[in-house]
Design a binder for this molecule. Structure first.
Ligand code: C2E
Ligand code: CA
Ligand code: CA
Length: 700
């Protein structure tokens, strides 16, 4: 088989290969069978012919023996003329014993040129006849060599003596026609068998090729649709069936692997785009969606509100109740937020307690405010965390695209600024961004930068406001109040820079400085004037939270040598409430140092009385707003009276701050307030002025 044949075979379909195989096998078998059949048939015919000729020669030799003996050729010819009925005999010769022709019979239709004796000359010597006779005898033994004729030589005997020879020539015509008809019927049978084999092979090859083609079809649709859940219907349990099973198993495996892969991919996708704690979109996804929404909004002239939400005092909750509770809170906040928003709005967690939302297609700022109010309302119901009910609020900043910014970064930055304003304005509120805020924000940043240097540059100073015994009018202490002398902006009040210092962390260094300066000053007064005047220092929430206060206070006392009872710390109510457990420990640590503790701005915060007895407190400072209004508003007076009564029942000293009028002083005295502080009796002043006041009093 040459190369092209091999490639042809390799490339034709299995169907054709099978067909070819079946047809080839059948063809070969049929051909071999036919050949054997035809050869056997030919042999049979030849041997019959041979027998016929032999018996004919035998009969003739007996009949012509006397004619030869009596040398009567005519009677021999008469005898031979009976051969006319035998159409296949073309010639018969009777030869004498010397091999000369005694008598000849030639059939009417015979072609004499075919007969060997007729080729000899009439006068040929007997030797030539002998030679031809020998040849005839030789060839008569080779019947199978199908030449043009048959010949039979038989001796003519009389009384055991050979007196001549009879030679018969027979035509092969009949033999050939019989052989031909045998061949034709064999070919016919062969064709029929081939046709049957073809039909059978068509049927058989479908049994084998159809399942293979089906499998190929299934494979093709799997590869086209990538649907690995497809299966091929197993046709049986033969090798093809096993092929199906293996193929299906392979698909099953791929499907399972794909599933695992898909799950991993989804997980990765989720990690990349969703916040793991709240399952909300993260910064990346938020950016993505907002950018799309912005593109759309630009084309359709729509507005988008970008809302920035920051939980108020979240750090305190985290610090005091633990991170687990903090996480729970964030999850619940996220759940609630999703409830109030439409499907097309996106709420995301940027990190920590910061959430962002964008609301598409708002028609005006008003709509954005409505959404913000809805969000604030979410916080009116307390959160239930680990069985505890906790009230949380949030502050919200809003920017509008494209009015307040054209990029996501600007929008978020501006929303953050607006949120900061909501916080600065008392928290639990929302603010719409306006460009002025930006300026304030940069001013804030500038102030914060300056504040970091203020301590080193000696720009901070302390003023002292005296506190007086309400009954005797004697100055019994002072409150240290910080001032920042800014080189360009002039005097900056603490209400402006203390929140900045708390935000940036600079408060720690400032508090340390205030404590040590105030203690140093009080020690000087104590020694020089020998007067027991206490100094009160305002403590920032930051110091209490980080549990830094006890160490700071101890260091200040040790460093200056001030007797601890001359130092008082002023804390606000909210600081205690927010810190609760932690604050209680810190306060006890502070108390152990021997100092006094006062609650500042009392009445403005939670005013929950239940907590007071838990803390080691010495004094309450009634907030100046109540003092200012106590002679104008009955309810404010009632509050002041109630605070004093309650403080006394808890054995606490009561201080009234912000006392500006004689009427206020009189009312306070009447209701039993022990200590008075306010512009009426003394404004915050320098340490020197306090010293000279003390001196004066002493010399008086
Ligand atoms: P505060 O502790 O309630 O201090 C009293 C504030 O009321 C002081 O304002 C004082 O000047 C003012 N004041 C006193 N008497 C009167 C009065 O009769 N009428 C009026 N209108 N005001 C009066 P200041 O000094 O501006 O301090 C504001 C706040 O800043 C303080 O409120 C305190 O919370 C905080 N602060 C002051 N110094 C420090 C400090 O060293 N550290 C910390 N952490 N906070 C401080
Ligand atoms: Ca104070
Ligand atoms: Ca106060």
């Amino acid at each position: 088989m040459n190369r092209t044949m091999l490639t042809y075979l390799a490339n034709i379909s299995i169907r054709r290969k099978l067909m070819l195989l079946i047809m080839l096998t059948c063809g070969l078998v049929l051909m071999a069978t036919t050949c054997i059949f035809v050869i056997k048939e030919a042999n049979d015919i030849i041997s019959t012919q041979r027998k016929d000729l032999a018996s004919l020669a035998d009969i003739l030799s007996k009949n012509v023996a006397s004619s030869v003996t009596f040398d009567d050729p005519q009677s021999a010819l008469d005898t031979m003329s009976s051969l006319t009925v035998k159409t296949d005999i073309i010639a018969a010769y009777i030869l004498r014993s010397d091999a000369t022709i005694f008598s000849r019979y030639i059939a009417a239709n015979a072609k004499t040129k075919d007969v060997p004796f007729e080729q000899l000359d009439q006068n040929s010597p007997p030797a030539d006849f002998q030679k031809v006779l020998k040849q005839i005898q030789l060839s008569s033994h080779q019947f199978l060599q199908l030449s043009e004729r048959f010949s039979m030589v038989a001796p003519i005997q009389l009384d055991g003596q050979t007196i001549g020879t009879i030679v018969l020539f027979a035509d092969l015509h009949e033999l050939k026609s019989r052989l031909l008809s045998t061949l034709i019927s064999a070919i016919l049978v062969l064709s029929l068998a081939a046709a049957a084999a073809y039909l059978l092979s068509v049927r058989l090859q479908t049994i084998i090729s159809l399942p293979i083609l089906n499998l190929v079809d299934t494979m093709r649709s799997v590869s086209e649709t990538k649907d690995f859940s497809l299966r091929a219907d197993t046709p049986g349990s033969d090798e093809i069936g096993q092929l199906y099973d293996s193929f299906n198993e392979m698909l099953q495996e791929i499907e399972e692997r794909n599933l695992v892969l898909r799950q991993r991919q989804e997980h990765l996708q989720e990690l990349a785009h969703f916040d793991t704690l709240t399952r909300l979109p993260n910064r990346v996804l938020f950016h993505d969606r907002l950018q799309q929404a912005m593109n759309l909004a630009l084309r359709s002239n729509q507005l988008i509100a970008v809302i920035f939400i920051d939980l108020d005092r979240f750090k305190d909750i985290n610090d005091t109740l633990g991170h687990r509770t903090g996480d729970l809170l964030l999850q619940q906040v996220a759940d609630r937020m999703e409830l109030v928003l439409r499907d097309c709005d996106t709420v995301a967690r940027l990190g920590g307690d910061e959430f962002t939302i964008f609301v598409q297609d708002i028609r005006s700022q008003k709509n954005a405010c409505k959404v913000a109010q809805k969000l604030l309302d979410l916080f009116e119901i307390p959160y239930c965390l680990d069985g505890q009910q906790i009230f949380v609020t949030c502050s919200i900043g809003i920017t509008i695209f494209p009015d307040d910014g054209e990029t996501i970064d600007t929008l978020l930055m501006n929303a953050d600024i607006a949120m900061y304003h909501a916080k600065a304005d008392g928290k639990n509120a929302f603010r719409l961004f306006n460009p002025e805020m930006n300026q304030q924000a940069s001013e804030r940043v500038a102030l914060q930068t300056d504040l970091r240097k203020a301590l080193d540059l000696n720009q901070l100073q302390l003023m002292y406001q005296p506190k007086f015994d309400a009954q005797t009018g004697v100055m019994i202490g002072v409150e240290a109040l910080i001032r920042w002398q800014h080189p360009e902006r002039g005097m900056i009040p603490p209400s402006r820079f203390i929140p900045l210092a708390e935000e940036s962390g600079a408060i720690q260094a400032i508090t340390e400085w205030v404590l040590s300066t105030a203690c140093k000053q009080a020690k000087i007064w104590h020694e020089s004037v020998n007067n027991a005047v206490s100094v009160a220092v305002n403590l920032s929430a930051y110091s209490l939270k980080r549990n830094k206060a006890p160490v700071m206070v101890q260091e200040a006392l040790e460093e200056t040598g001030l007797p601890p009872h001359l130092l008082e710390l002023e804390l606000t109510e909210s600081m205690l409430i927010e810190n609760d457990q932690h604050a209680e420990e810190t306060l006890h640590d502070l108390k152990k140092l021997g100092i006094s503790i006062a609650i500042d701005d009392f009445g403005t915060g939670y005013s929950s009385l239940s907590y007071l007895h838990r803390f080691p407190i010495d004094a309450l400072k009634i907030d100046r707003s109540f003092v200012w209004n106590m002679n104008r508003s009955d309810s404010d007076l009632a509050i002041v009276v109630a605070i004093i009564a309650m403080a006394h029942s808890l054995k606490l000293t009561v201080v009234a701050e912000g006392v500006e009028t004689e009427a206020q002083l009189a009312s306070l005295k009447k209701n039993g307030c022990e200590i008075i502080q306010g512009y009426l009796l003394g404004k915050p002043t320098t340490a020197e002025n306090i010293a000279s006041n003390l001196q004066k009093k002493k010399s008086r």
